[in-house]
Design a protein around this ligand. Structure first.
Ligand code: TZP
Ligand code: MG
Length: 222
């Protein structure tokens, strides 16, 4: 079974005002070792260029780079895997294209969807939104920690929790049974006083997540 890092960082160029490469550089500096390239606006060509550039960085750091939505881009760039939503290609179709070695993750938003994902060869199953989120357009209803607890009873497969998670909430998410917490907006905190040079402290945010998740896992195992 796949051993997932406990923290999953997702890129967002709008929220950070940075390129994917800049974000990945900062995330790696902060210690993130599982990163997803997520961009709903780029063309396939732009995303492929970004994926190739980011893969150079993640490979050098021994980190894993997943591509959101686009199986074609993941295949062509030779990324580590793809993350699929309920409206993307099915896990089994993606598996046929990518092969057994690549990582395929799938998002679920209810117990029924989670049970269906268990019937597939998905290497991890994501559950969310755990809390309210502003990041996703038309988000599914909040599922809360309860869905993690229910899902945990059904499987040992890696569970990723997503949606409204920051480093302060991460410990209760781990305690509820998640193996890994994923985040977007909490990674891009802007300073209160901004000037033209301001950037969100992405490396610092990654460090905070890693620390809080590391402590939560130690508490769970003690
Ligand atoms: N899937 C479920 S919630 C979500 C996705 C992609 C958005 C998570 O973003 P944030 O900013 O960490 O709430
Ligand atoms: Mg998708």
């Amino acid at each position: 079974m796949l051993q997932l890092p406990k923290f999953y960082a997702i890129t967002d160029c709008q929220l950070s005002n940075c390129t994917h490469e800049e974000i990945v550089t900062m995330l790696l500096a902060g210690g993130a070792r599982l990163i997803q390239l997520r961009d709903k606006d780029m063309s396939a060509r732009e995303l492929l260029d970004s994926a190739r550039a980011c893969l150079k960085l993640t490979r050098a750091a021994g980190a894993t780079l997943m591509i959101n939505d686009r199986v074609d881009v993941a295949l062509t760039a030779e990324a580590d895997g793809v993350h699929l939503g309920q409206e993307d290609m099915s896990v089994e179709d993606a598996r046929e294209i990518l092969g057994e070695e690549k990582i395929i993750g799938v998002s679920t938003h209810s117990l029924d969807q989670f049970r269906a994902a268990l019937e597939t060869s998905a290497n991890y199953i994501a559950i969310g939104p755990i809390y309210q989120t502003k990041t996703k357009e038309n988000p599914d209803p909040v599922v809360g920690l309860e869905l993690i607890r229910e899902a945990r009873k059904l499987t040992d497969r890696p569970l990723v929790a997503i949606g409204g998670i920051n480093h302060e909430r991460a410990p209760e998410v781990i305690a509820a049974g998640a193996d890994c917490v994923a985040a977007i907006s909490a990674l891009y905190p802007w300073p209160e006083k901004m000037d033209l040079m301001s950037k969100p402290d992405v490396a610092g945010s990654a460090r905070k997540f890693l620390e809080s998740v590391g402590e939560a896992v130690m508490r769970k195992n003690s």
